[in-house]
Design a protein around this ligand. Sequence first.
Ligand code: NAD
Ligand code: UDP
Length: 320
Amino acid sequence: MMEENIKCIVTGGAGFIGSHLCDFLIKKGFEVYCLDNLITGSQKNIDHLLANPKFHFLKHDVSSPLPGKFLNEIGQIKYIYHLASPASPSQYQKYSIETLLVNSQGTYLMLELAKKHSAWFLPTSTSEVYGDPLEHPQKETYFGHVNPVGIRACYDEAKRFSEAITMEYVRKFKVKARIARIFNTYGPKMQKNDGRVISNFINQALSGKPLTVYGDGNQTRSFCYVDDMVRGLVTLMEKENLDGEIINLGMPKEHTIKEIADYIRKVCQSSSTIEYLPKTEDDPSRRKPDITKAQKLLGWQPTTPLQSGIQKTISYFKGL
Ligand code: NAD
Ligand code: UDP
């Protein structure tokens, strides 16, 4: 169904997941307002959309109030997707204060906008709210095991604040918000140098450099392809009667980092070796989502196998 004249805001829309989300929403016929300060994203990710009259890009830091001109001209907004935030450990540690602000002040400002427009609101939270989890797999009911003052706290605690303030706007002001807890997501348009494991390993394998495994490589992650994630986010946003729901979105299949390194070396036919580097501080040792709630409430689950997702990601990086 084409969604004529319905307006969406996507903060962080020039980033990895955000740019795929903008593509998807434009294809569905929405009018899309992408707000991004390009701190970790790239205008290249949205270049192909700039000529589309239904796509609007405003370079803006969403931790600051929106310009009056924009607010006066935008008209009625139906959906606000709040993705703006550095997301990879190296980026959020580099931009720690910015990360704290965009998930606190930024979320607050977007919630105020949602309240004013009676818009539906979806902030992208993260599996990091579970910290280094003592429960496995992680269900939405788990409160987490987070170091509140460690080097990942600028992200983990900021996302926990973002969830808390969102829930208060649901309780106090009946804002139609639902929270996505995203688990590791990968695919084309990941930033080549933002330090995440899939992009690091592919680029290292393609250039014959050693694959850098932090720690012994026995830590696990579960990887979801970006197209599946975008489908999950949009379903979560548009479904009725989900106000105040928190839902895990991710691939419920766990791999060790060493397995991922071996697999990527094999499919890239790479002669790269593996270099073991020190484990990073507070690195979660296991992570896998329980997605029963998403399956029941959204009828959603990822369908892209790791093999084909990795292949598409390799093709993307080869083409850069
Ligand atoms: P990304 O870094 O590629 O995209 C984030 C975008 O937000 C970038 O374009 C960046 O420039 C923009 N941004 C950051 N601060 C901003 C600000 N103050 N004002 C305006 N724009 C700002 O990261 P991503 O992987 O696409 O992540 C998107 C969202 O999903 C983030 O909120 C992240 O926390 C969440 N998430 C991602 C993953 C994952 O595996 N990719 C996992 C869990 C949660
Ligand atoms: N990792 C690694 N080598 C790298 C990048 C990451 O061994 O070059 C590990 C990292 O220590 C973590 C996992 O891979 O255990 C996932 O890291 P990523 O930064 O992609 O995401 P995280 O889940 O930690 O946010």
